[in-house]
Design a protein around this ligand. Structure first.
Ligand code: PEP
Length: 257
């Protein structure tokens, strides 16, 4: 059975004090590893250290929202994988649609980052997902195909064991519009079938595929109950403990199989 996974992407939000307060509330509510759900938070870079200290010895793990793929050196403004490991990160989000669309990150760059992150000891939350126009044009599966192919180029079947896929339809991110359970399940099944075809059935069965896009306490349960939805990557609702924790509890309550 795949363990459920709920990760909070704080994006460019919080200040030092609110980051530590939020992390403290989560650490108190999740003092130890939960029986069925892994929980992680991905604060902005400047607060990784303080948040990491606050959640140490709790059941909440630390992740970053991005990384650069080169070894430490002359890359002004960038953050190396080994710095994130040094700060206690287990996870890094790569290929988020905001990175792809606002900062022009290509599949090729995402694949280099994925390779570097895995080689450096991080586990990767790899985001894929189509825009509204691509869905309207019937291109959802083609887009997922090329993002998976491009972003995982060079990642073999052993290394991919440290990758969690996040299906995040761009039209559902931060919009309040959530994919229907049918849309989510259908995309997740497509991604699992892709993993089976391009790696093997064992990889497909073991890989966790999270849904992301306006997940809230009110819609989490139905989404998480879908057979191929193994958790959630949560943006807006991860910024308040009273919104994030019910999503974690919904994941804990889901019964499958
Ligand atoms: C995200 O950015 O990963 C995300 C899912 O955001 P939101 O939950 O706010 O839609």
């Amino acid at each position: 059975m795949r363990r459920m996974f709920v990760a909070g992407n704080w994006k460019m939000n919080t200040l030092a004090r609110s980051a530590v307060e939020l992390a403290g509330a989560l650490a108190r509510a999740v003092p130890a590893r939960l029986p069925k759900v892994d929980v992680a938070v991905c604060p902005p870079f400047p607060y990784l250290s303080a948040v990491g200290g606050t959640i140490a010895r709790s059941g909440v793990e630390l992740g970053a929202q991005n990384a650069w793929h080169e070894k430490p050196g002359a890359f002004t403004g960038e953050v190396a994988v080994e710095m994130l490991v040094d700060l206690g990160c287990r996870w890094v989000i790569l290929g988020h649609s905001e990175r792809r669309l606002i900062f022009g990150e290509s599949d090729e760059l995402v694949s280099r980052k994925t390779e570097a992150a895995l080689a450096g000891g991080l586990d990767v939350i790899l985001c894929v997902g189509e825009t509204f126009e691509q869905r309207q044009a019937g291109r959802t599966e083609a887009v997922l195909d090329s993002q998976m192919q491009g972003s995982l180029a060079g990642i073999d079947s052993r290394a991919v064991g440290k990758v969690v896929i996040a299906y995040e339809p761009v039209w559902a991110i931060g919009t309040g519009v959530t994919a229907t359970t049918e849309q989510a399940q259908s995309a997740h099944l497509y991604l699992r079938t892709w993993l089976s075809r391009c790696y093997n059935p064992d990889v497909a069965a073991a890989t966790r595929i999270l849904y992301g896009g306006s997940v809230k306490p009110q819609n989490a349960q139905l989404l998480l109950e879908q057979p191929d939805v193994d958790g959630a990557l949560v943006g807006g609702a991860s910024l308040k403990a009273e919104d994030f924790l019910p999503i974690v509890r919904a994941a804990e309550a889901v019964r499958k199989g």
